[in-house]
Design a protein around this ligand. Structure first.
Ligand code: GLP
Length: 240
């Protein structure tokens, strides 16, 4: 793991976008994935700017979303899909060769999971995976206790995630499950970039990076990834 401590959120976002672009330049026909949530907002904006300025070419590359709340689609407020549409695709002046956004509102959610695995079979493995970290150490919706051997799957949300989730959609929606890329797909990525900012992430970052590799803290599995960057602001790095 290479740990990069940045002075603030802006610098973290710029660094993560640059590392993403560098990874994609090595494989211009590769597969890119960005987490949703608050953390990657600046990163996807910075990456979209780089694309628009011609600093990285996505015309032959593919894009896949990381995860989604079961019950929500890419038109629902608070969904990961809407994050992708609004914060990323709407800003891009160029198009990926193809993209796959998980539909958590699919009537047949198992078929949706299978479609995600099929997309990986066609365009994977990931070239660049940009991840956030949940307060319980989850990656995507790989919640504590998850098997590290899974590909895409549907999983009950942990109590911690249920506590935190109201920040995305208030009291309007109470999801019970997530659908997510699996740890196996994340660990097969050529380059993983884990980003975190803010003092509230300092404890879980310490556990994930300096604690034992355990599915009790899923992000700790990244200690075993051969090409993983951890890009933090000073507050998130404070307990390392
Ligand atoms: C969410 C998402 C993850 C995200 C994480 C952190 O629930 N499922 O993909 O990385 O939790 O979110 P945030 O960046 O808002 O703290």
């Amino acid at each position: 793991m290479e740990i990069i401590v940045c002075k603030d959120y802006e610098e973290m976002s710029r660094k993560a976008a640059e590392l993403s672009a560098e990874g994609l330049r090595q494989h211009p026909d590769g597969l890119l994935s960005f987490a949703g949530g608050d953390t990657p907002l600046g990163t996807v904006h910075a990456f979209a700017d780089m694309v628009n300025k011609g600093e990285v070419d996505i015309s032959r590359a593919h894009y896949v979303s990381l995860d989604e709340w079961v019950g929500l689609s890419n038109t629902d407020e608070g969904s990961c899909g809407l994050f992708n549409e609004r914060e990323f695709f709407a800003r891009l002046e160029k198009s990926f060769a193809s993209r796959h956004i998980i539909n958590g509102a699919a009537v047949d959610i198992e078929a949706e999971r299978d479609a995600l695995n099929a997309y990986f079979a066609a365009h994977g493995p990931l070239t660049v995976s940009v991840l956030g970290i949940g307060m319980n150490g989850h990656l995507g919706f790989n919640e504590d206790g998850v098997s590290f051997d899974l590909d895409a799957h549907i999983i009950p949300l942990s109590d911690t995630t249920k506590r935190v989730m109201s920040k995305y959609f208030g009291e309007k929606f109470h999801p019970t499950h997530g659908i997510s890329q699996g740890i196996r797909q994340i660990m097969a990525a050529e380059r993983v970039i884990l980003i975190a900012n803010g003092a509230h992430k300092a404890d879980i970052i310490r556990q994930a990076i300096t604690g034992p590799v355990t599915n009790a803290v899923p992000a700790s599995v990244l200690q075993n990834h051969p090409n993983c960057y951890v890009v933090l602001d000073e507050a998130a790095a404070a307990k390392l």
